[in-house]
Design a protein around this ligand. Structure first.
Ligand SMILES: Cc1cc2nc3c(=O)[nH]c(=O)nc-3n(C[C@H](O)[C@H](O)[C@H](O)COP(=O)(O)OP(=O)(O)OC[C@H]3O[C@@H](n4cnc5c(N)ncnc54)[C@H](O)[C@@H]3O)c2cc1C
Length: 475
């Protein structure tokens, strides 16, 4: 693929491009198992740069992959068709915090925690908070419809996007949505961009709403000797009308991983539930916590501890927060892979899903863990395997298929928060089989030359082993 470097340098300046092989290697992967090589990394500093680069790429049919922090776990930002990586992190300004009209305007490269740091000084926050909020950018979060630990009460990114500016595949700059809380004016095109994984347009500005920071939070933990009983508690809590602001599950593998990696001292039980209620009035929080505690006890939860203390809450939750990196230390030489890792599951099926993960792991001789933001309907797992052993990859492939077949059988959904990218495309295509034609029609209408992040979502290969950075070679 031939790219006119002079042309790109004229747009963004020499200091904002790179064809260095080291950079191309780094920008060739994200937090998934995938890798591929782009031809060039370009760092636009303003909307006009993005427009000019897109116009050039469209005229030559060169792929463009927008990239935030590269923390996506499914290969969304991996350039499997080569082309230009558009690193959006230079566009990282908070343009406006409008307290009177309750919105803020940001550039796409603003990091979630940085935005919340500024909002905090006004006693408000933008709640979706993925566990990666220290690095994840607003552009990446919107393109992935990210969510997080408090989405159980506050919702996902899509619930906070009021509007946005987008550079389309032909270079046009368009505005979708508005700055107001409600709008009933025609197609909700801002919604179309949410979760589009960079395949329909490049988000260059976002208008987000925010809400007041609750004055009080109370966090609790409950231990369980049976994983199923923790799962049943989740189902009953969510069906009972309780409004927790956090409800997280950790199974024994997750507990062991954190203890091994950090010497954390979590109790060696089958499962732990962490729960929280928040608000402005202590009596209301006490009421929620009492109800949740009673439900856990009904399902044999024990050793229940509750705390309003901020330091103690942080300590309790840090084990969960550090879980993902800890899993890499669970077994020497084993890698922690994000495969079939964030299924959306009906509450009533949470317990069987957790058990299924363990059964599938055992049958396929891989290590898998059941954990996650179960209160918002998201069951996480990771597959731990020795990446040097082809047989382990074959086992993982079987396990992934079994998991998704099961998820389909219980009316779950392929991805609750990490997106589709490459890894989950085969399951996504199966799940959305009756709407794929519409997706293709929309893609063709908005990006007729297929330059925007090609080969992702419904256009990704069925075989997720494609383009893996872990040197898998199929036997
Ligand atoms: C340790 C860890 C924990 C995580 N926890 C969570 C979690 O709790 N919840 C959750 O939802 N996710 C989580 N993730 C996944 C990931 O962090 C989120 O999906 C995040 O929103 C990705 O943001 P990013 O800036 O890294 O995007 P990238 O990975 O760089 O890109 C993701 C997608 O967005 C597109 N994109 C990026 N910027 C733009 C733009 N300006 N315009 C159009 N498209 C764009 C890219 O093309 C790509 O398709 C986690 C990841 C890690 C590594």
């Amino acid at each position: 693929m031939k790219i006119n470097l002079e042309k790109i340098i004229n747009i963004v300046g020499k200091e904002n491009i790179s064809t260095d092989p080291g950079d191309l290697l780094v920008y060739g992967s994200d937090s998934s198992v995938h890798e591929a090589s782009a031809c060039i990394v370009v760092r636009p500093g303003k909307i006009e740069h993005v427009q000019k680069i897109v116009i050039y790429a469209n005229s030559k049919k060169i792929p463009i992959i927008s990239r935030g922090a590269g923390s996506g776990m499914s290969g969304q930002a991996v350039p499997i068709k080569g082309g230009i990586i558009l690193d959006m992190k230079r566009m990282n300004h908070i343009l406006e915090v409008n307290l009177a009209d309750v919105y803020c305007r940001v550039e796409p490269g603003v990091v979630d925690d940085d935005l919340n740091h500024v909002l905090k000084s006004h006693s408000v926050f933008y709640p979706p908070a993925p566990a990666s909020s220290r690095v994840a950018t607003i552009g990446g979060e919107i393109a992935n419809n990210a969510s997080g630990v408090r989405s159980i009460k506050y919702g996902a990114v899509r619930d906070y996007v009021l509007g946005m500016k987008v550079v389309m595949a032909n270079g046009d700059l368009v505005s979708f949505g508005c700055k107001n809380r409600v709008e009933a004016a025609g197609y909700q095109l801002d919604r179309l961009m949410v979760g589009s994984e960079g395949t329909l347009g490049i988000i260059v500005e976002a208008t987000l709403r925010f809400i007041p920071i609750p004055k009080l939070r109370c966090m609790g933990t409950a231990k369980f000797n049976k994983l199923k009983e923790a799962g049943d508690s989740i189902a009953e809590i969510m069906a009972s009308g309780c409004q927790p602001s956090l409800l997280e599950l950790m199974d024994n593998i997750a507990i062991t991983a954190v203890n091994k990696a950090m010497d954390f001292g979590l109790p060696d039980v089958d499962a732990i539930l962490m729960f929280e209620a928040d608000g402005m009035v202590k009596e209301a929080i006490d009421f929620e916590m009492k109800k949740i505690k009673a439900i856990c006890e009904k399902h044999n939860g024990f050793g229940i501890e509750l705390s309003y203390d901020a330091k103690e809450r942080t300590r309790i939750f840090s084990g969960r927060k550090k879980l993902f990196p800890s899993l890499s230390k669970y077994k020497e030489l084993f890698a922690c892979t994000s495969l079939a890792d964030d299924m959306a599951v009906p509450y009533s099926k949470m317990a069987v899903m957790a058990q299924k993960i363990h059964d599938v792991a055992k049958r396929n001789n891989v290590i898998m863990t059941a954990y996650g933001h179960c209160g918002s309907g998201c069951m996480h797992t990771k597959i731990l395997l020795d990446p040097t052993k082809n047989k382990q990859w074959d086992n993982a492939k079987n396990a992934v298929k079994e998991i998704y077949d099961f998820v389909a059988s219980i009316d779950g959904s392929t991805s609750a928060e990490h997106g589709i990218g490459i890894s989950k495309a085969f399951a996504f295509k199966k799940e959305k089989h009756d709407s794929l034609n519409f997706m293709h029609a929309i893609k063709k209408a908005l990006d007729p030359n297929n330059i925007l992040n090609p080969g992702k979502l419904m256009d990704a290969p069925d075989d997720w082993v494609t383009a893996t950075r872990l040197r898998y070679k199929h036997n």
